[in-house]
Design a protein around this ligand. Structure first.
Ligand SMILES: [Zn+2]
Length: 234
């Protein structure tokens, strides 16, 4: 009996703190931070398009790169909290699924025609240092919630590049222009002409996405859309 009475107390100490604010989490984020992420989601419904050569794929984002979304990405990447990929990836999938063109697309086409989700790859050396690729973890959770197929190695990063945030917009373009290649898995399935959704954590100038789009366009692989956790506003 004594043990039973102790249980709630033990629980307080055993629950890991919320990675965004250090208050008790339940089971990962505390109630307030969970709510704040959902509010970002609610205010981020309007899809925009971005220009990639001749195509204009829609950009879907969970939120703007500030406040709770920014904190969550920083914790995930720099404070070794890969579990945060779950609320971010699932939240992003919910936004994507609520957008009218996507609802229409999913109901009209059979699942063998649904787009493959391609996470933006990290260079293998950098990924070994971090221990994971955050875009891939977010993509796993995005696919789990949306039902879309994941192609984790659809793209390869063939050049180690400087972090984009250290560079000017022109330098960013140059930095990543030769950085990507199509992986064997996607190469083999090219003939299916299935579209792809590109997924990344942050969208800033679009230089990374532009560089990948060039590689995909050259291989005649259509881009159905871009999905990002956060869009940085200049
Ligand atoms: Zn919190």
């Amino acid at each position: 009996m004594a043990l039973l009475r102790l249980d709630p107390l033990l629980n307080i100490f055993l629950t890991a703190p919320c990675p965004l604010c250090d208050r008790p989490g339940k089971p990962l984020l505390c109630h307030d931070c969970q709510q704040q992420l959902q509010d970002c989601q609610a205010s981020s419904q309007s899809a925009q398009s971005i220009q990639l050569g001749q195509a204009q794929p829609p950009l879907t984002r969970l939120g703007i790169y500030e406040g709770p979304t920014k904190r969550a990405i920083a914790q995930l990447k720099y404070n070794n909290t890969p579990a945060l990929a779950q609320p971010l990836g699932e939240g992003l999938a919910e936004v994507w699924l609520q957008q009218q063109p996507n609802k229409h697309y999913l109901s009209r086409f059979k699942s063998s025609q649904h787009p493959w989700v391609l996470p933006v790859p990290m260079h293998p050396t950098k990924q070994r240092q971090r221990g994971f690729n955050q875009a891939e973890l977010i993509a796993q959770n995005f696919c789990h919630r949306s039902g879309l197929p994941l192609m984790a190695n659809g793209l390869h990063r063939i050049q180690a590049t400087q972090p984009q945030f250290e560079l000017s917009p022109a330098e960013r373009q140059q930095n990543v222009s030769q950085a990507f290649a199509i992986g064997a898995a996607l190469q083999q399935k090219r003939h299916q002409r299935r579209p792809v959704l590109l997924l990344d954590d942050i969208y800033t100038t679009g230089a990374t996405i532009q560089a990948i789009a060039q590689v995909l366009t050259a291989a005649q692989i259509p881009i159905a859309g871009i999905v990002v956790v956060a869009q940085a506003m200049k």
